[in-house]
Design a protein around this ligand. Structure first.
Ligand code: ADP
Ligand code: MG
Length: 385
């Protein structure tokens, strides 16, 4: 789960990690008042779960309180397109007003889980404010990394090593070290999967502060953090994913044209691979899990069909605990209740497969039955074209 910048900054404050003053404005008048409070100038920031807002017009400097109100009005409700949102963009539901800071240097900092070492890694760079992927590609020597030993946590030595590498001196050096140690505490105590501060700013006054913050959480740890769970913003999640989670189904949105209904994550991976192998591309996959009922299958089908990108559906079920006749029953129920507007290829194998196939054959609907995985992939790719 991800949260907004303003929420991330609330958590940072809780852990005594310095960030500029800032508040969410309720309306244009509020934006004006907050800007007055900050001495007449402010930075107006669109809150969406995607970065690159600066370049996309989602971060604007207001030179006086009236300007702040004006920018607020234009920003709220706008469709913000950035490098990270994709072409369709995101609607802005929340606007944050921040106290402007005198920036001397913009740096980069992130704690993340390194899958290669299976450990938390602290990554830092003097090249902040720009996209780190670009730095990694063009000037990889400018990225500093330390791997944290879980038994020791981030050590003072490691924090000093990074602060030194970032060129911090004197008072800023000390503040930088404290900043890192506190941020690491937040990362572990809140079960984060990523905390990114870009830019980390050294002000003209020598302060070290998080000007922007992005936090992602490990969903498996969320049950321990009701405070974090309360920060969930459903506006930012694909509506199908939210809908699927209501029925205990796992839906993942992708960018192709073939909707996939499968049982089990392994089969989902295999299904997507074979679709790609035959020249197609999955629009999504929906995992109905092990013990789904006919109704769950029906809902799964409805959710897949809601996805406008879907040109054909592949149902690929291996009946173990899940019985093929239940799946077939769910598909027929869905066809009856909501109608099926695109070609549907069904490949069933395993428990009660004959009964399942019979139900499909008797239904009178034009469902394309496939004999094996390759046959299914060929048929669905052809149908989607
Ligand atoms: P994003 O990463 O989505 O583009 P940021 O919050 O990093 O958004 O803002 C982009 C840029 O705007 C920053 O790199 C910084 O130069 C400037 N900026 C943002 N907040 C402030 C602030 N409070 N004071 C001064 N400059 C700011
Ligand atoms: Mg940023």
């Amino acid at each position: 789960m991800n949260i907004h910048e303003y929420q991330a900054k609330e958590l940072l404050r809780l852990y005594k990690v310095a960030t500029p003053n800032g508040r969410v404005a309720q309306d244009a008048e509020d934006a004006r008042m907050i800007t007055k409070e900050y001495g007449g100038k402010s930075v107006v920031k669109a809150q969406i779960h995607a970065g690159g807002r600066g370049k996309g017009g989602g971060v604007k400097f207001a030179s006086d309180p009236d300007k702040a109100a004006e920018i607020f009005k234009a920003m709220l409700g706008m469709n913000l397109v950035t490098k990270q949102t994709g072409a369709e963009g995101r609607k802005v539901h929340t606007v944050f007003i921040s106290d402007p800071v005198d920036i001397d240097r913009e740096l980069y900092l992130a704690f993340l889980v390194d899958r290669v070492t299976s450990r938390v890694t602290l990554m830092a760079s003097t090249e902040g404010g720009v996209e780190i992927e670009e730095v990694a590609e063009k000037t990889p020597e400018k990225i500093l990394k330390v791997t944290v030993d879980p038994a020791l946590g981030l050590t003072g030595f490691q924090a000093r090593q990074i602060a030194f590498g970032l060129g911090l001196q004197g008072d800023s050096f000390k503040k930088g070290v404290t900043f890192l140690l506190n941020l690491y505490r937040l990362f572990t105590e809140k079960d984060c999967s990523m905390v990114e501060v870009n830019p980390l700013v050294i002000t003209k006054q020598g302060d070290v502060i998080a000007l922007d913050a992005k936090i992602g959480f490990d969903d498996n740890g969320l049950f321990r953090h009701p405070d974090v769970m309360a920060m969930r913003d459903l506006n930012e999640e694909a509506s199908e994913e939210t809908e699927a989670s209501k029925f205990n189904l796992n839906f993942i949105k992708l960018d192709g044209t073939i909707g996939c209904m499968v049982n089990g994550a392994g089969l989902a991976m295999g299904t997507m691979d074979i679709i790609k192998y035959h020249g197609g591309s999955p629009a999504n996959f929906l995992d109905v899990g092990g013990g789904a009922t006919e109704d769950a299958v029906k809902n799964a089908f409805r959710i897949i069909l809601q996805d406008k990108a879907v040109k054909a559906v592949l149902v690929n079920i291996f009946g173990g605990i899940m019985r093929c006749d239940i799946v077939a029953g769910g598909i027929v129920k869905a066809a009856k209740e909501i109608g099926i507007s695109v070609p549907v290829v069904v490949r069933l194998e395993g428990t009660n497969v004959e009964e399942g196939k019979q139900i499909l054959a008797d239904s009178g609907y034009n469902l394309i039955v496939a004999n094996d995985l390759r046959d299914a992939a060929e048929k669905v790719v052809a149908a989607a074209k």
